[in-house]
Design a protein around this ligand. Structure first.
Ligand code: NAX
Length: 332
């Protein structure tokens, strides 16, 4: 058995955390031999609810959970953590513009960046889930200058999982038969779900999805819009935003970061852009990455056609605009 690690989940009294905490505590994310001390951070008015979550965590009787620390104090929540799931954010309310949401939430991520800088391990792996996730991750990193920029990532794994599920359903194969479906850019409606580099198992072999599914019109249109609008479709049906699937995706993202990807496979993560694939530099952009020894690397050399180039440019442009808005809010 390894020494316990401290892991923080913010927004711990919220709906995504409700599904995520069990996955982490059960060993699905950091491995079956990794004990965990769970730090649960939320805002003061949610401490009563959080108490109930703590009771339930205890009642799950999970052997890997060696301690539970509920708190509203970021200094306590972020103390010595090695992994941080930043889920907590203000939800979009009726009548609220995307811009209003951005200014409310980037301020939260500025404060949390400062707290991580002061209190977390310098090797902490940060996954931002709270929206606007990419720009929140950028701001968080900016205010945590003593932690490497590579340690701040944003979640586009839910979009990737949605895309993979759509392809598997269209081909009538199991989800595990499909790999390397990816998401470029922003976790927003400009994201570009891309199956051009994806592979599907056919008997003992693997073939390109585009060969197994020669329906370019579907791949370029309905597939993309279904994935882009999936979050809204879930809200319309459930009257609440995606939570179980978002928690599963957060677990998938961190597990792959912690334990690595297999050879030839890649996953989508919002990471600090170096300008690869003509994406704008210095925004948190979702790229295909492979992971070894807890370090991600942007997969290079994927062929990009004009269609993809246009989509990458569009989502990149949105991120540049968000960065500008966010920086002006933070400097106020
Ligand atoms: P909930 O409203 O159920 O929970 C959010 C929790 O965060 C609340 O308990 C709230 O008190 C807490 N919180 C607010 N400010 C905080 C702060 N400063 N410090 C600590 N906690 C704070 O939302 P939930 O459904 O769990 O969603 C959380 C976030 O995930 C939202 O921003 C949502 O937009 C975002 N999502 C991101 C996704 C992605 O793929 N990147 C997909 C799912 C989800 O929509």
């Amino acid at each position: 058995m390894l020494e316990p690690i401290k892991v923080v989940v913010t927004g711990a009294a919220g709906q995504i955390a409700y599904s995520l905490l069990y996955q982490i505590g059960k060993g699905d994310v950091f491995g079956q031999d990794q004990p965990i001390i769970m730090h649960l951070l939320d805002i003061p008015m949610m401490m009563g609810v959080l108490e109930g979550v703590v009771m339930e965590m205890m009642d799950c009787a999970l052997p890997l959970v060696r301690g539970i620390v509920p708190t509203a104090d970021p200094a306590v929540g972020f103390a010595d953590v090695e992994a941080a799931f930043l889920v907590g954010a203000m939800p979009r309310k009726e009548g609220m513009e995307r811009k209003d949401l951005l200014s409310a939430n980037v301020k939260i991520f500025k404060v949390q960046g400062q707290a991580l800088d002061k209190h977390a391990k310098k090797t902490v792996k940060v996954l931002v889930v709270g929206n606007p996730a990419n720009t929140n991750a950028l701001i968080c990193s900016k205010y945590a200058p003593s932690i490497p920029k590579e340690n701040f990532t944003a979640m586009t794994r839910l979009d990737q999982n949605r895309a993979q599920a759509q392809i598997a359903a269209r081909l009538s194969v199991g989800i595990e038969s499909v790999r390397n479906v990816l998401i470029w850019g922003n976790h927003s409606s400009t994201q570009y779900p891309d199956a051009r580099h994806a592979l599907v198992k056919k008997g003992a072999e693997e073939v390109k999805v585009s060969d197994a599914l020669p329906d370019t019109a579907w791949l370029q249109d309905q597939f993309i819009t279904t994935v882009q609008k999936r979050g809204a479709a879930v809200i319309a049906a459930r009257k609440m935003s995606s939570a179980m699937s978002a928690a599963k995706a957060a677990g998938d993202h961190m597990r792959d970061w912690w334990l690595g990807t297999s050879d030839g496979s890649f996953v989508s993560m919002g990471v600090i852009s170096d300008g690869s694939y003509n994406a704008p530099a210095d925004v948190v952009f979702s790229f295909p990455v492979s992971i070894k020894n807890k370090q991600w690397t942007i997969v290079q050399g994927l062929p990009i056609d004009d269609f993809s180039r246009g989509k990458i440019e569009q989502t990149g442009q949105e991120l540049v605009e968000e960065r500008q808005e966010a920086l002006s809010v933070c400097e106020d």
